[in-house]
Design a protein around this ligand. Sequence first.
Ligand SMILES: [Zn+2]
Length: 365
Amino acid sequence: MLIFSSCLFVTGILSGQRNTPLDITIDFESYDPPSSLVVPVSDVRQARFPFVDVHSHHFRMAEQDLNKLIAEMDQLNMKVIVNLSGRGGHYLKAMTDNIKAHGYEDRILLFTNIELRTIDESDWAENTVKQIEYDIENGARGLKLYKSQGMFNQDKDGERIKITDPRLKPIWEVCGRNGLPVLIHAADPAAFWQAHDSLNERWLELKLIPSRKREDDNPASWETIINEQLDLFRQNPGTNFISAHFSWFANDLEHLGNLLDEIPNMYIETGAIIAELGRQPRMASKFFDRYQDRILFGKDAYNVEEYYTYFRVFESADEYFPYYKRYHAFWRMYGLDLPDSILKKLYYQNALKLIPGLKPELWKE
Ligand SMILES: [Zn+2]
């Protein structure tokens, strides 16, 4: 993508020569000048309050070196991590055994997962409910549905399995009955469905990772998948849902607020959308003020250094600083400078209300 294609005049300061016209063409990827702005810079490597990350993935936690994980969590001031990839059945039990053997059952919580692709089997619902009950006995604190499950999983007729499929109803009910929240990742950023051209904010990401491109019939339109998720929440008021990634409405907070007003059992988490919040600090601060009881801290991909940017956006009043993946967000960000009362809700108080097994004693000072 060309953003400059013109004759620029470069001053020949060193040589003392006259301005020399040069024909310079710079592509979008290489034009990334460091900012010359001189403003205060916060280096926030620890959250101001002990926090819960409700969105993390550790697929091999049965074998994982948990001492290393806990040491990294301590550095970040992360009190509890929620591993959404508990996998279920004997896999989840093996993870719980490893966590218990290390004495970390208060610090590491597991959500379970289910298999949708066998949904046509006549005893699927019964068996899946049994699995969830078995997982609860073995320490599952919630259920996570992956985006692939509402986008790509198909039944035996080759039809996409919608998360509003009535055969799934007993699953939402068993979670509701047992007070387990359901965290759902539906769809992806809307830009992945838009034309891959100069008007697309994720142009670079789609260039680098073309497999992320979607079409209205591959697998369905963005609106279709997002609306199925919202309908699921509406149809199951007795179950609490955590919509991952701000429901992909972090770039339209007024609309997201209207949804939260309408759907009382819907919560949201901040995974992978911090750059959206950071580019609208005033709008986002108002949103956090109004919906402070509905937002949980989540990060998604586990990477210690990336947490610093989250803390900086939430806690600091810094100006015009970069996100850590330019292909994801080429713009600069601003701190929201959230008050302590809201930070505490975001970092742990809302999670304490929603996720069973979180111990309030961990936050006693
Ligand atoms: Zn995730």
